[in-house]
Design a protein around this ligand. Sequence first.
Ligand code: BGC
Length: 239
Amino acid sequence: METLSIDIGGSHLKAACLDAEGRATSARVKIDTPNPAKPDAVLAGLDELRRTVGGNPTRCSVGFPGVIREGVVQTAVNLDPQWRGFDLAQALHQRWSLPVRVANDADMQGAAVVSGKGVELVITLGTGIGSALFVDGRIVPNLELGHAPFRKGETFEEQLGKAARKEVGNLRWNQRLEAAILHWRTVFNFDRLYLGGGMAKNIEFKLPLDVAVVDNEAGVLGGIKLWEEGAKLARATAE
Ligand code: BGC
């Protein structure tokens, strides 16, 4: 059984086919997110990805950069306002005649990297700042830390997102991230913090022992987790 796993991001759309263990059975394909990233344009991009990935998937998982309830998009800060209320699971199900599950992108990525023990926080550093919280492997869905206030009247995403790093440079971005980790430690008392996303490679300070950088590929590899019983990631289904 193959699963087509898709990661929709503010900058890129990525996909791969996965086997039952979550290993990629195809090339991992990446294209730019269309601009403007309205639903029709993104869906056309996903058609292209699906053709390029090939294989013979019998189901599909999608990580989406916003709050997702029952397959329906609630927020999409870094894409386009047209996404609000869009039933993505249903739209892809109708388009491709495959069972489809959709979850928040950080939730999907987090599911691929946590150990299942204790309080585990996953932060993704990309165009937006994603967050996922797990307690003994069970998720608190749709945690949106990125939009919580951080410093100087700005949110974590405004201070640490891709645009902020470009604006203030890597040194200050690193200083801000170090301060943010202290903040998250105080609030969540995590046993482990994982840092993922495309910008994690820019971290230049020594991380504490309970903080680890995880492979950005986990975004797509997490796709298999949406189909596992117990993860309760995807109350988001069109089957
Ligand atoms: C969104 C989150 C998402 C994150 C990373 C934020 O702007 O609100 O839902 O996980 O970006 O894509």
